[in-house]
Design a protein around this ligand. Structure first.
Ligand code: F6P
Length: 375
């Protein structure tokens, strides 16, 4: 294999806290430990296509460890293997432009790529590896829906925000005897809702993995009323579905690898619950992008940094086509081929999205303390 003298880095998909910690780890390891060059492509695969990049060195990554977002910017569009171009009539034409990116890297002398992203971004990482480029993936997403890693970075910071928000929401719920419905992100998985909901003392949690019946939630509210607790907090995952119903789509982004954007189920739940429990005021809050931003938590700083340093080590040991992962308390790796696409259920499934197990220990613990899932 050709010796690696220069690596490219990009961040793709929705931003989250910890991206800069990974970039910091990659850059310092490359510079100090291996004495090689690093460049960062801007706006994910868009920068790779347009050859738009910045040099990453000790000075450029100084002081970024704790900062949310990404100094490289991000995009959840630009699948170079199925690149969307808008035509005059408003429709889209799709082409494979990945060779343009390969040529850009060849011209710049980039020998390998580290791709930091979620499912869509890592699918393209796998495809670049199939074209012969040494690529390492780093698992990012607040949704924690990537299999083969116990946890993605960004998830922990998001949970901290959800927990703090629920603590705040509780004060109004209590003071006004209200039922507060709080919508959280997570795409088609309920990790943010269940872990955030448990730590923020939610009374009901609606997740995609357990279709709900709102009559059950109304019952739960009335039970609490009877116990003298005249307030309730209901956490709703954006991908939650009523029994026999479907997901609520907020918008469709045509030129995105995963075009469906979820959202709005919390408002529907609020309106329906209000009809079922007219004796209460039911109010709705959507935490939306607050969950993606902010100062990176201690856990995500260390996890991001360890992912970054391990990704460079792996590349330098000739390990292209892998994704670094967190297993137990260690950083190991797994083939990218095994971790992208699909859709399996199980808390530790290998391959496919990682879902909350409806009969798993997390759900059982929540139910044991009286949290309703509307089932
Ligand atoms: O994957 C991260 C995420 O924040 C999801 O939780 C959410 O469904 C989606 O991205 C929102 O995407 P956008 O930034 O396009 O609204």
């Amino acid at each position: 294999m050709k010796p690696i003298k220069k690596i490219g880095v990009l961040t793709g998909g929705g931003d989250c806290s910890g991206l800069n910690a990974v970039i910091n780890g990659i850059t310092k390891t490359a510079v100090y430990k291996y004495n090689i060059e690093v460049i960062g492509y801007l706006r994910g695969y868009n920068g790779l296509y347009h050859n738009d990049f910045i040099r990453l060195d000790r000075d450029r990554v100084s002081g970024i460890m704790h900062q949310g977002g990404t100094i490289l910017k991000s995009s959840n569009k630009d699948n170079l293997f199925n690149y969307a171009t808008k035509k005059e009539d408003g429709s889209y034409e799709y082409n494979d432009v990945s060779d343009v990116a390969m040529e850009n890297m060849r011209k710049e002398g980039v020998d390998a790529l580290i791709v930091i992203g979620g499912d869509g971004t890592l699918t393209s990482a796998r495809d670049f590896h199939r074209k012969g480029l040494p690529v390492i993936g780093v698992p990012k997403t607040i949704d924690n829906d990537l299999p083969a890693t116990d946890v993605t970075f960004g998830y922990n910071t998001s949970l901290e925000t959800i927990t703090e928000s629920l603590d705040k929401i509780h004060t109004t719920a209590y003071s006004h005897d209200r039922v507060m419905v709080v919508e959280v992100m997570g795409r088609h998985t309920g990790w943010l809702a269940i872990e955030g909901g448990i730590s923020g003392s939610a009374d009901a949690i609606l997740i995609p993995e357990i279709p709900y019946d709102l009559n059950k939630i109304a019952e739960k509210v009335r039970e609490r009323d009877a116990e003298g607790r005249h307030f309730s907090v209901v956490v709703v995952s954006e991908g939650a579905k009523e029994k026999g119903g479907g997901v609520h789509v907020r918008e469709t982004v045509e030129d995105s690898a995963d075009s469906m954007r979820l959202g709005g189920v919390g408002k529907v739940v609020t309106d329906k619950l209000q009809e079922l429990i007219p004796e209460h005021e039911v109010r709705y809050t959507n935490l939306a992008y607050l969950q993606r931003g902010g100062t990176t938590s201690q856990f995500d700083r260390v996890l991001g940094l360890r992912f970054g340093t391990s990704a460079v080590d792996l590349l330098m040991q000739g390990g292209g086509g892998k994704m670094v992962r967190y297993r137990g308390r260690d950083i190991t790796h797994v083939d990218l081929e095994e971790v992208v696409g699909g859709g399996h259920v199980g808390e530790t499934s290998e391959g496919g999205a990682k879902n909350v197990d409806p009969n798993g220990q997390m759900v059982r613990s929540a139910k044991a303390i009286g949290i309703s899932f509307g089932d």
